[in-house]
Design a protein around this ligand. Structure first.
Ligand code: GTP
Ligand code: MG
Length: 206
């Protein structure tokens, strides 16, 4: 059994639903109350990917307010992939995605210099007061090198698991193509050496 480790960053403006997304994905629950994240929160989810592969996803839920202070490089170290999230009822949170993506691409990259896989999530699609159109998201996503974009509603559990599966799949295929140039299992660990649980140590960058 091979176990892949991947560190995935969840970034975007404050209040867009990042912590709710992680909570839904990891614990299957949703909370209406807003509790602002300070710094960064860590969670881990173990996926039984196939008969021969497990994926240990380490989620770094970064406080949205941090952007205006200083997004520490340390958060990005060893990241294999990223979720950039905005709220479809907030045009400013959509406009900020450009800055989040630029910041990501400046601070994290694959060993060959390419950007790390990143998915764009248009959250809160359950809300009636939607102000960002699908056309503008599509154009933005293509122009800025996202793997893809998806509408999500953490509240209604729409596309949460699907979005993460798409991103994990992209990370695994990126690793496979990199490995064919640089042989060696950089991205897998011997499960016996891995103590599990959440941790802030940098893990193998893909
Ligand atoms: N209607 C609706 N509300 C949501 C959804 N996702 C999250 N929320 C609500 O939006 C608010 C903010 O959610 P958080 O997950 O705390 O936002 P955050 O992006 O982590 O914010 P920061 O920690 O400040 O960066 C909370 O009140 C959530 O209940 C959704 O899909 N639909
Ligand atoms: Mg939060």
């Amino acid at each position: 059994m091979t176990e892949h480790l991947m560190k995935i960053l969840i970034v975007g403006d404050g209040n867009v639903g990042k912590s709710s997304f992680v909570h839904r994905y990891v614990n299957g629950q949703f909370n209406k109350m807003y509790k602002m994240t300070v710094g960064v929160d860590f969670s881990v989810k173990l996926l039984h990917w196939s008969d021969k592969e497990k994926v240990r996803v380490q989620l770094w839920d970064v406080a949205g307010q941090e952007r205006f202070i200083s997004m520490s490089r340390i958060y990005y170290k060893g990241a294999s992939g990223c979720v950039i999230m905005f709220d479809v009822s907030s045009s400013s949170s959509f406009l900020s995605c450009r800055h989040w993506k630029q910041d990501l691409d400046n601070k994290a990259m694959l060993p060959n210099g390419d950007p790390i896989p990143c998915i764009l999530l248009a959250n809160k699609c359950d809300l009636a007061q939607r102000v960002v159109s699908a056309d503008s998201i599509n154009t933005f996503s293509k122009a800025n090198g996202f793997v893809t974009w998806m509408e999500t509603s953490v509240k209604e559990n729409k596309n949460v698991g699907e979005a993460m599966r798409r991103l994990v799949q992209e990370i695994l295929s990126t690793r496979l193509s990199l490995d064919s140039f640089q042989p060696g299992p950089q991205d897998s660990v011997n499960p016996q050496l891995d103590s599990g649980g959440s941790s802030s140590r940098g893990v193998g960058c893909c």
